[in-house]
Design a protein around this ligand. Structure first.
Ligand code: NAD
Length: 264
């Protein structure tokens, strides 16, 4: 229904280009009437995020690199200056050294382990700390995770550990913030060809495997993740917190390859 999110103000973190999951979410929220603000990571992405923000009548609050806490503070100060308060925040941020999203998990270095955890897991908590202060009227926080948190997936490696910790943080944050009527949830998205995903070894194989073996016999789209996100970010999900919700064409229920599925 048009107007589902009318009057709601949300910060979208993690748009790199028009194939980003964060962009799919932004479009859905805009279609439901939400007001949006965006951060970008570095000048190279600024040029991409600005025209996209304009497309959905959003504002750009500035550079935010979650490995530099001062830039997270600056982004939330800019949101406060523009709006005074905040209703929702989307965290669609992850990073690991590309060389280690290939091959064996056991070869992860300490340096990349720490970096992956910081950017892909702790950053959601760092953002929640700032967002809590602006969610004076309750709120909804949403992050993105992947099935590789629950089960071994080829090449996902240390990112799987980071997503497992991220999913656990959703539960702890939900408990901490529930009394303020701030809800915290995650969408576990099926594989989608984005900039971040293209860093994962054999990603095309994973996409094909899912296309042939999900119950819906296809992959999910940005719009489908966006529509599910609109549920979490609107009052439709007002009784839901601490949830990890699969938007993966049902892949999480699959045990083995379907006998009718083509070989790869
Ligand atoms: P993407 O490349 O479009 O987005 C990743 C974003 O992370 C980029 O905007 C990038 O700027 C940001 N980022 C990385 N390091 C950062 C830092 N230090 N500070 C601030 N921002 C930083 O790719 P995407 O696939 O849309 O990724 C969004 C989220 O969805 C990620 O958490 C990813 O793990 C998750 N996810 C993706 C898939 C998939 O198949 N694409 C599936 C499940 C979950």
């Amino acid at each position: 229904a048009p107007g589902l999110m009318r009057g709601k103000r949300g910060l979208i973190m993690g748009v790199a280009n028009n194939r980003s999951i964060a962009w799919g979410i932004a479009k859905a929220c805009h279609n439901h009437g939400a007001d949006l603000a965006f951060t970008y990571q570095g000048d190279a992405l600024k040029k991409r995020v600005e025209p996209l923000a304009e497309e959905v009548d959003g504002i750009v609050v500035g550079h935010c690199d979650v490995s530099e806490p001062a830039t997270i503070d600056a982004a939330f100060q800019a949101v406060e200056a523009a709006w005074g308060s905040l209703d929702f925040v989307v965290h669609a941020i992850a990073f690991s050294d590309k060389d280690q999203l290939d091959g064996r998990y056991i070869d992860t270095t300490e340096d990349n382990f720490v970096k992956t955890m910081l950017i892909s897991c702790y950053s959601f908590t760092a953002i929640a700390q700032r967002a809590e202060k602006l969610m004076t009227n309750g709120g909804s926080m949403l992050t993105l995770t992947y099935y590789g948190a629950e089960k071994w997936m080829p090449h996902y490696n240390v990112m799987g550990l980071a997503k497992a910790a991220l999913e656990s943080s959703v539960r702890y944050l939900a408990a901490d913030l529930g009394q303020k009527n701030i809800r915290v949830n995650a969408i576990s998205a099926g594989p989608i060809k984005t900039l971040a995903a293209s860093g994962i070894g054999d990603f095309r194989y994973i996409l094909k495997w899912n296309e042939y073996n999900t119950p819906l016999r296809r992959n999910v789209s940005l719009d489908e993740v966006g529509d599910s996100a609109a549920y979490f970010l609107s009052d439709l999900s007002r009784g839901v917190t601490g949830e990890i919700h699969h938007v993966d064409a049902g892949y999480h229920v699959v045990g083995i390859k379907h006998p009718d599925a083509p070989d790869l």
